[in-house]
Design a protein around this ligand. Structure first.
Ligand SMILES: [Zn+2]
Length: 220
Protein backbone atom coordinates (compact mmCIF):
# COMPACT_ATOMS: atom_id res chain seq x y z
CA UNK A 1 0.00 0.00 0.00
CA UNK A 2 1.18 3.50 -0.76
CA UNK A 3 1.24 5.85 2.19
CA UNK A 4 1.16 9.58 2.28
CA UNK A 5 1.13 12.23 4.95
CA UNK A 6 0.36 15.90 4.99
CA UNK A 7 3.07 18.24 6.24
CA UNK A 8 3.21 21.97 6.46
CA UNK A 9 5.98 23.37 4.30
CA UNK A 10 6.97 27.01 4.67
CA UNK A 11 7.62 28.64 1.33
CA UNK A 12 11.19 29.99 1.30
CA UNK A 13 10.08 32.79 -1.02
CA UNK A 14 6.84 34.19 0.46
CA UNK A 15 6.76 32.40 3.86
CA UNK A 16 3.28 30.97 3.24
CA UNK A 17 2.58 27.80 5.19
CA UNK A 18 1.42 25.19 2.71
CA UNK A 19 -0.16 21.80 3.44
CA UNK A 20 1.87 19.42 1.29
CA UNK A 21 1.39 15.74 0.46
CA UNK A 22 4.51 13.69 1.13
CA UNK A 23 4.59 10.04 0.08
CA UNK A 24 6.45 8.03 2.70
CA UNK A 25 6.05 4.87 0.66
CA UNK A 26 4.75 3.92 -2.74
CA UNK A 27 3.73 0.50 -3.94
CA UNK A 28 4.01 0.46 -7.71
CA UNK A 29 2.40 -2.95 -8.01
CA UNK A 30 -0.83 -1.61 -6.54
CA UNK A 31 -0.36 1.93 -7.74
CA UNK A 32 1.43 1.82 -11.14
CA UNK A 33 0.87 5.55 -11.76
CA UNK A 34 3.20 6.29 -8.85
CA UNK A 35 6.11 4.83 -10.82
CA UNK A 36 5.75 7.52 -13.48
CA UNK A 37 5.69 10.18 -10.76
CA UNK A 38 9.05 8.90 -9.50
CA UNK A 39 10.56 8.67 -12.96
CA UNK A 40 9.49 12.18 -13.99
CA UNK A 41 10.34 13.37 -10.45
CA UNK A 42 6.96 15.04 -10.00
CA UNK A 43 6.52 13.27 -6.65
CA UNK A 44 9.30 15.53 -5.37
CA UNK A 45 8.40 18.73 -7.15
CA UNK A 46 6.92 21.40 -4.93
CA UNK A 47 5.12 24.52 -6.04
CA UNK A 48 3.85 27.27 -3.72
CA UNK A 49 0.16 27.96 -4.46
CA UNK A 50 0.56 31.51 -3.15
CA UNK A 51 3.51 32.81 -5.15
CA UNK A 52 4.33 30.06 -7.65
CA UNK A 53 7.79 29.41 -6.24
CA UNK A 54 9.04 26.00 -7.34
CA UNK A 55 11.45 23.75 -5.55
CA UNK A 56 12.66 20.19 -5.41
CA UNK A 57 11.55 18.66 -2.15
CA UNK A 58 13.44 15.50 -1.32
CA UNK A 59 12.18 13.45 1.61
CA UNK A 60 12.39 9.82 2.74
CA UNK A 61 10.37 7.61 0.42
CA UNK A 62 10.21 3.85 0.12
CA UNK A 63 9.69 2.41 -3.37
CA UNK A 64 8.22 -1.08 -3.42
CA UNK A 65 7.79 -3.34 -6.46
CA UNK A 66 6.12 -6.53 -5.23
CA UNK A 67 6.21 -8.36 -8.58
CA UNK A 68 9.91 -7.90 -9.16
CA UNK A 69 10.71 -8.21 -5.46
CA UNK A 70 12.70 -5.13 -4.72
CA UNK A 71 12.55 -2.08 -2.53
CA UNK A 72 14.53 1.11 -2.86
CA UNK A 73 14.56 3.41 0.13
CA UNK A 74 15.42 6.99 -0.65
CA UNK A 75 16.75 8.74 2.43
CA UNK A 76 18.40 12.06 1.54
CA UNK A 77 21.67 12.80 3.33
CA UNK A 78 21.80 9.47 5.11
CA UNK A 79 25.38 8.77 6.17
CA UNK A 80 25.25 5.08 7.06
CA UNK A 81 25.63 2.24 4.58
CA UNK A 82 22.95 -0.03 5.94
CA UNK A 83 19.69 0.28 7.73
CA UNK A 84 17.56 -2.17 9.58
CA UNK A 85 14.07 -0.78 9.73
CA UNK A 86 12.04 -2.89 12.18
CA UNK A 87 8.87 -1.06 11.18
CA UNK A 88 9.28 -1.85 7.50
CA UNK A 89 10.45 -5.40 8.19
CA UNK A 90 7.42 -5.97 10.38
CA UNK A 91 5.19 -4.49 7.75
CA UNK A 92 6.48 -6.90 5.11
CA UNK A 93 7.52 -10.08 6.97
CA UNK A 94 6.74 -12.26 3.96
CA UNK A 95 9.33 -10.49 1.87
CA UNK A 96 12.61 -11.51 3.43
CA UNK A 97 13.91 -12.62 0.03
CA UNK A 98 13.41 -9.20 -1.42
CA UNK A 99 16.30 -6.97 -2.55
CA UNK A 100 16.49 -3.90 -0.32
CA UNK A 101 18.57 -0.93 -1.27
CA UNK A 102 19.35 2.43 0.26
CA UNK A 103 19.93 5.49 -1.89
CA UNK A 104 20.40 9.14 -1.03
CA UNK A 105 19.38 10.82 -4.25
CA UNK A 106 16.67 10.60 -6.82
CA UNK A 107 18.93 9.71 -9.77
CA UNK A 108 20.23 6.70 -7.88
CA UNK A 109 16.66 5.68 -7.04
CA UNK A 110 15.61 5.86 -10.69
CA UNK A 111 18.70 3.94 -11.73
CA UNK A 112 17.89 1.09 -9.30
CA UNK A 113 14.31 0.93 -10.56
CA UNK A 114 15.43 0.76 -14.21
CA UNK A 115 18.04 -1.92 -13.69
CA UNK A 116 15.95 -4.12 -11.40
CA UNK A 117 13.09 -3.88 -13.90
CA UNK A 118 15.54 -5.04 -16.58
CA UNK A 119 16.34 -8.07 -14.41
CA UNK A 120 19.93 -6.95 -13.82
CA UNK A 121 22.09 -7.26 -10.72
CA UNK A 122 22.87 -3.83 -9.28
CA UNK A 123 26.18 -4.93 -7.73
CA UNK A 124 27.45 -6.10 -11.12
CA UNK A 125 26.16 -2.88 -12.67
CA UNK A 126 28.13 -0.80 -10.14
CA UNK A 127 31.31 -2.75 -10.88
CA UNK A 128 30.78 -2.42 -14.63
CA UNK A 129 30.14 1.29 -14.21
CA UNK A 130 33.32 1.74 -12.18
CA UNK A 131 35.42 -0.11 -14.76
CA UNK A 132 33.94 1.97 -17.60
CA UNK A 133 34.41 5.24 -15.72
CA UNK A 134 38.10 4.43 -15.16
CA UNK A 135 38.57 3.81 -18.89
CA UNK A 136 36.65 6.96 -19.78
CA UNK A 137 38.58 9.13 -17.30
CA UNK A 138 41.89 7.89 -18.70
CA UNK A 139 40.83 8.45 -22.30
CA UNK A 140 39.46 11.94 -21.70
CA UNK A 141 42.05 13.00 -19.11
CA UNK A 142 39.24 14.13 -16.85
CA UNK A 143 37.77 12.65 -13.68
CA UNK A 144 34.25 11.25 -13.79
CA UNK A 145 31.94 12.83 -11.21
CA UNK A 146 28.87 10.64 -11.59
CA UNK A 147 27.51 7.96 -13.83
CA UNK A 148 24.26 6.05 -14.22
CA UNK A 149 23.05 2.91 -15.91
CA UNK A 150 20.57 3.98 -18.57
CA UNK A 151 19.77 1.16 -21.00
CA UNK A 152 19.93 -2.54 -21.65
CA UNK A 153 19.51 -3.94 -25.15
CA UNK A 154 18.89 -7.64 -24.77
CA UNK A 155 19.02 -8.37 -28.51
CA UNK A 156 22.33 -6.60 -29.05
CA UNK A 157 23.68 -7.74 -25.68
CA UNK A 158 24.69 -4.22 -24.83
CA UNK A 159 24.42 -2.04 -21.73
CA UNK A 160 24.45 1.74 -21.77
CA UNK A 161 25.65 4.24 -19.18
CA UNK A 162 25.62 7.99 -18.92
CA UNK A 163 28.64 9.68 -17.35
CA UNK A 164 29.30 13.21 -16.25
CA UNK A 165 32.91 14.35 -16.43
CA UNK A 166 34.16 17.05 -14.06
CA UNK A 167 33.80 20.49 -15.61
CA UNK A 168 31.75 19.25 -18.56
CA UNK A 169 28.04 20.09 -18.53
CA UNK A 170 27.04 17.59 -21.22
CA UNK A 171 26.71 13.93 -20.29
CA UNK A 172 28.75 11.35 -22.14
CA UNK A 173 27.17 8.09 -23.28
CA UNK A 174 29.18 4.92 -22.96
CA UNK A 175 28.05 1.50 -24.15
CA UNK A 176 29.57 -1.85 -23.36
CA UNK A 177 29.12 -5.51 -24.19
CA UNK A 178 27.19 -7.78 -21.86
CA UNK A 179 30.38 -9.82 -21.32
CA UNK A 180 31.80 -7.03 -19.16
CA UNK A 181 28.69 -7.27 -17.00
CA UNK A 182 28.97 -11.08 -16.88
CA UNK A 183 32.55 -10.76 -15.62
CA UNK A 184 31.32 -8.35 -12.94
CA UNK A 185 28.65 -10.88 -11.96
CA UNK A 186 31.38 -13.46 -11.37
CA UNK A 187 33.22 -11.06 -9.06
CA UNK A 188 29.98 -10.35 -7.18
CA UNK A 189 29.35 -14.08 -6.76
CA UNK A 190 32.78 -14.43 -5.19
CA UNK A 191 33.00 -11.29 -3.04
CA UNK A 192 29.42 -10.32 -2.26
CA UNK A 193 26.82 -13.03 -2.84
CA UNK A 194 23.20 -12.06 -2.18
CA UNK A 195 22.90 -14.46 0.75
CA UNK A 196 25.36 -12.24 2.67
CA UNK A 197 23.17 -9.16 2.29
CA UNK A 198 21.30 -9.51 5.58
CA UNK A 199 17.73 -8.53 6.38
CA UNK A 200 17.95 -4.76 6.20
CA UNK A 201 18.54 -2.16 3.55
CA UNK A 202 22.05 -1.81 2.12
CA UNK A 203 23.78 0.77 0.02
CA UNK A 204 25.27 -0.46 -3.25
CA UNK A 205 27.01 2.44 -4.96
CA UNK A 206 30.33 3.59 -6.39
CA UNK A 207 32.07 3.49 -3.01
CA UNK A 208 30.87 -0.07 -2.50
CA UNK A 209 32.18 -1.01 -5.97
CA UNK A 210 35.61 0.56 -5.26
CA UNK A 211 35.91 -1.54 -2.12
CA UNK A 212 35.01 -4.78 -3.92
CA UNK A 213 37.32 -4.00 -6.84
CA UNK A 214 40.18 -3.40 -4.39
CA UNK A 215 39.58 -6.82 -2.83
CA UNK A 216 39.40 -8.43 -6.25
CA UNK A 217 42.62 -6.81 -7.50
CA UNK A 218 44.49 -7.69 -4.32
CA UNK A 219 43.75 -11.35 -5.01
CA UNK A 220 44.95 -11.26 -8.61
ZN1 LIG B 1 5.36 31.14 -1.85
Amino acid sequence: MSRKMIKKIVCPHCSASVDTELWSSINVTQDPAARARIMDESLFSWCCPECGYQAKLLYPCLYHDMDRKFMVYLIPELAQNSLSDPVVEKQFPELSDIKKRLVTDLNAMKEKVLLFEAGLNDKAIELTKLALSEVLAKRRGQAVSTGYFCSYDEEQNRLGFTFFLKGEPEPCYQGTRRQVYEKSLEIVGHFSPAQQDGAGFIRIDGAWASEILKQYRSEL
